[in-house]
Every structure is written in structure tokens, then in C-alpha cells.
Design a protein around this ligand. Structure first.
Ligand code: FES
Length: 116
């Protein structure tokens, strides 16, 4: 499956709350800054009932789903406690202060889209 890198933000302009939600080729992408200062990107879709994660809080290395409170590790996308599947993650790179995310060129299927 082909995929393409997309510039998403300058590190210096990344939101202070540690998260940035955007659409890339139809994907709902949530870029997160981990406690160690690195960046991760996940599909902005809770694996429980497909809520958008981006309105949720990012605290202590996890993003919390605003609908029922599932928590997912920012670094790995792993569901803490294991109640639900892990989040889909996307590769992230930072070059010369520019954050980029690689997403598939094919648009997400219905099972990968959040309920918005
Ligand atoms: S939809 Fe996220 S915990 Fe239920």
C-alpha cells in the first residue's frame, strides 16, 4: 500500500496542550506530543465506539476518550487496561523543526472513520 508524507506543523507552533487534529487524505489524524518531547500520530478514532479522541484530554502520557473514558498510551496507541483494541498509528518524523506524518494514499474505510 502506498503512503505519502505530509508536513503538519512546525515544532515551534505545536499547540501547548500537546495535540493537533487534522485531516490528511481523508484520514482523521491526531498528532500528539509525548512527555519525552517526541511526537506520535494516531487515527483520531476510539476503538470502542468510534468517537473522536481529539476533544479528549492528554495527561500523564495518555489520551482519554471523551465519550466513555478509555485511555490510550500516547507513545504506542495501546489501550491502557486492554479493554479495547489499540489505536492505529502513523509514522512521524521531525526534520529541521518540521513535523510530518505519513498516511496511506488510500482513504480510510468505514471501519477506520470516527463518528463525527
Ligand atoms: S467511544 Fe471511546 S471509550 Fe467508548
Amino acid at each position: 500500500m502506498s503512503a505519502t508524507w505530509h508536513d503538519v506543523a512546525a515544532e515551534a507552533a505545536f499547540p501547548a496542550e500537546g495535540k493537533l487534529a487534522l485531516r490528511l487524505r481523508g484520514w482523521h489524524v491526531l498528532v500528539l506530543r509525548a512527555d519525552d518531547g517526541t511526537y506520535r500520530a494516531v487515527n483520531d478514532r476510539c476503538t470502542h465506539q468510534a468517537a473522536l479522541l481529539s476533544p479528549g484530554r492528554v495527561r500523564r502520557g495518555a489520551v482519554m476518550c471523551p465519550l466513555h473514558g478509555a485511555r490510550f498510551d500516547v507513545l504506542t496507541g495501546k489501550c491502557l487496561g486492554g479493554a479495547y483494541p489499540n489505536l492505529r498509528t502513523f509514522p512521524v518524523r521531525v526534520e529541521a523543526g518540521q513535523i510530518a506524518v505519513e498516511v496511506p494514499d488510500a482513504p480510510p474505510g468505514p471501519g477506520e472513520m470516527p463518528v463525527v
